[in-house]
Write a protein that binds this ligand. Structure first.
Ligand code: COA
Length: 154
């Protein structure tokens, strides 16, 4: 597959004023989308790291990560359909890995739908490994989650 890389992308904090655009991407990306209130709570959670990728002023994607002591947990990641396949999610994951290493994290965890081959392939590209499953973790449709982890090098 020939993949075009996007020019002029910047990673920035996710702010309250970004919420309508973020929720619009969320809604087209997931069957059980986070509400605006849920994003709002994460913005005001001191343990949360929320970043957007902006391209020419538009939000192309976002990531939400929680840090608890020396563990990071990727809670949400999505890219606007028009920008998929251009390295936006990879840039957000690279940013988060670097950020969590700087914060002395030792592991990053995440859950992903067992059928989400694109996301699983993406995380494997960053050396995340499957460590287990959570039975019926998701609804709409009911589906198992795969738990993946990345051990961060000291
Ligand atoms: C999964 C998602 C975030 C990927 O975002 P993206 O910006 O398109 O991803 P990137 O362009 O950075 O690609 C990263 C890797 O994902 C994989 N990938 C991306 N698109 C793919 C596709 N269409 N088919 C197969 N693998 C694909 C590849 O391994 C790719 O690495 P490569 O470019 O070196 O081959 C995006 O498809 C999305 O928002 N999906 C809906 C929401 C979702 O599933 N979020 C993840 C929940 S855990």
């Amino acid at each position: 597959m020939v993949r075009k890389k996007i020019e002029g992308m910047v990673i920035d904090d996710l702010k309250e004023s970004d919420l309508p655009e973020v929720v619009a991407i969320e809604t087209v990306s997931f069957t059980m989308p986070w509400s605006e209130a849920l994003f709002y709570n994460e913005i005001h959670n001191p343990g949360s790291i929320l970043k957007v990728a902006r391209v020419n002023g538009r939000i192309a994607g976002y990531i939400c990560v929680n840090q608890i002591i020396d563990e990071g947990h990727i809670l949400n990641l999505a890219v606007h359909p028009e920008f998929r396949g251009t390295g936006i999610a990879s840039s957000l994951i690279e940013y988060v890995i670097h950020y969590l290493k700087e914060k002395s994290c030792r592991f990053i965890f995440l859950e992903v739908r067992i059928s989400n081959e694109t996301a699983k392939k993406m995380y494997e590209k960053f050396d995340f490994e499957v460590i287990g499953t959570r039975k019926n973790y998701y609804l709409l449709p009911v589906e198992d989650a795969v738990i993946m982890t990345l051990k961060l090098k000291e």
